[in-house]
Design a protein around this ligand. Sequence first.
Ligand code: HEM
Length: 144
Amino acid sequence: MNWFKKVVQKMSPTKDSPPKQSNAYDLIGGDKVIKAIAHEFYQQMQTRADTQPLLALHRAPIADSEVKLYEFLSGWLGGPQLYQQKYGHPALRARHMPFAIDESMRDQWLLCMQAALDKCVKKPEHRQAIIQALSTLADHMRNQ
Ligand code: HEM
């Protein structure tokens, strides 16, 4: 995870960072934290008034979408490639094509993710690096 490594290397004092903690997955706390992010992301989507249009786009049971997001994030952050092992190449943009995703949907998605990161990831510089990279990815999902 080069993008994340570069950002946090500048910010983390080396004393606090054992050499094995070199990717985003380990730095933010591994499996437990990724699971918590995916869970909180969908909690936010279900409870916020301003993200109901995004919730309505979903067809699958939310519990299934939560597991898929967790599996994807695990690999994307440098941990076990859980999504890829089950479903093959993520091809995320293609998988989002059946859904009408405009700027408003993108922003609703990012609102839920920002809130989930605020709640689950301890260090502000880690939250910042992750949301920055996810903003680019989310914008790439727009198909209108
Ligand atoms: C930009 C705004 C986005 C919107 C509006 C959106 C919306 C959706 C919707 C409606 C689904 C289908 C859920 C269902 O089948 O019921 C989905 C699936 C999924 N999304 Fe997103 N998404 C967005 C961005 C992202 C981003 C940035 C990621 C990655 C970090 C992501 C990861 C996933 C994954 C892994 C799935 C499951 C795909 C599958 O295997 O079916 N999404 N998304």
